[in-house]
Design a protein around this ligand. Structure first.
Ligand code: ATP
Ligand code: MG
Length: 251
């Protein structure tokens, strides 16, 4: 126990947050203690799990500025077995605020180290290879990369893998690529199938067997502040994220 997974892809809108929320919720449903940390100033994981992001005082921003202890930023049991550290737009300033701090790449790692033993920790990264994403990769044991089944799927992947390797070399020698998970798969189109085949041919990395389908219920759930297993427990989205949770647990 005590595994830390960063969900990262600098491409926007590929399903990072949807995966962070629903993988966390499905791991929690299976009895694992989960801490999901929102490391994106957009705060989509925070609001998607029903927290009014603009009304929270203790966020990951205050933790990174070392104004509060990480344990004081944890919102406990928002669902059974599921804790969260929220984020909001204030986090956008962190890069500048921390510019003079020595070893700023390790801030998140040092904070998480004091609580990690109790948890699966899931980190939802912003769509960039910024200081925040580097902090997440430095803190993490593995990086999980969601890839949207669309034409430009492979674009940027080389850069992402290069960054992971750089972090591994300079900051976190034990970092591994957890694997790639395909998202928003549309079985009615040839394109989705072609993208999966193409990525499989080009990527010599772990690829999860579970493929997340395009499912409208997954897109609706955040507006109700619920993970998919609570919003529509029998939907294809819920079933697929449960399968992904099983695969993650078996690794
Ligand atoms: P960003 O880079 O902005 O953080 P992201 O990578 O976190 O984006 P999401 O926010 O998870 O991506 O997803 C982008 C949009 O696609 C959202 O509106 C989300 O509801 C929708 N979406 C994600 N996965 C699915 C899916 N499997 N089926 C249908 N809609 C989905
Ligand atoms: Mg997101």
């Amino acid at each position: 126990m005590g595994r830390i997974i960063a969900i990262a892809n600098q491409k926007g809108g590929v399903g990072k947050t949807t995966t962070a929320i629903n993988l966390s919720a499905c791991l929690a449903e299976k009895g694992q203690r989960v801490l999901v940390i929102d490391i994106d100033p957009q705060g989509n994981t925070t609001s998607g799990l029903g927290i009014a992001k603009d009304n929270v005082d203790n966020t990951i921003y205050e933790v990174m500025l070392q104004e509060i202890d990480i344990s004081d930023a944890i919102c406990k049991d928002i669902f059974e077995n599921l804790d969260i550290i929220p984020s909001n737009v204030n986090l956008a300033g962190a890069e500048i605020d921390l510019i003079d701090i020595e070893n700023r790449e390790y801030i998140l790692k040092n904070a998480i180290n004091t609580v990690r033993n109790n948890y699966y920790v899931i980190l939802d990264c912003p769509p960039s290879l910024s200081m925040l994403t580097v902090n997440a990769m430095t803190a993490a044991d593995t990086v999980l990369v969601p890839i949207q089944c669309e034409y430009y799927a492979l674009e940027g992947l080389t850069q992402l893998i290069h960054t992971i390797n750089l972090v591994k070399k300079k900051l976190n020698p034990l970092l591994e690529l957890e694997g790639v998970v395909f998202t928003m798969y549309d079985s009615r189109t040839n394109l989705s199938l072609q993208v999966v085949e193409n990525v499989k041919d080009n990527l010599k990395q772990n690829i999860y067997k579970t493929i997340i389908p395009r499912n409208i219920r997954l897109a609706e759930a955040p507006s109700h502040g619920l993970p998919i297993n609570k919003y529509d427990t029998k939907s294809s989205g819920a079933e697929s994220y449960r399968m992904l949770a099983d695969e993650v647990m078996s690794r």
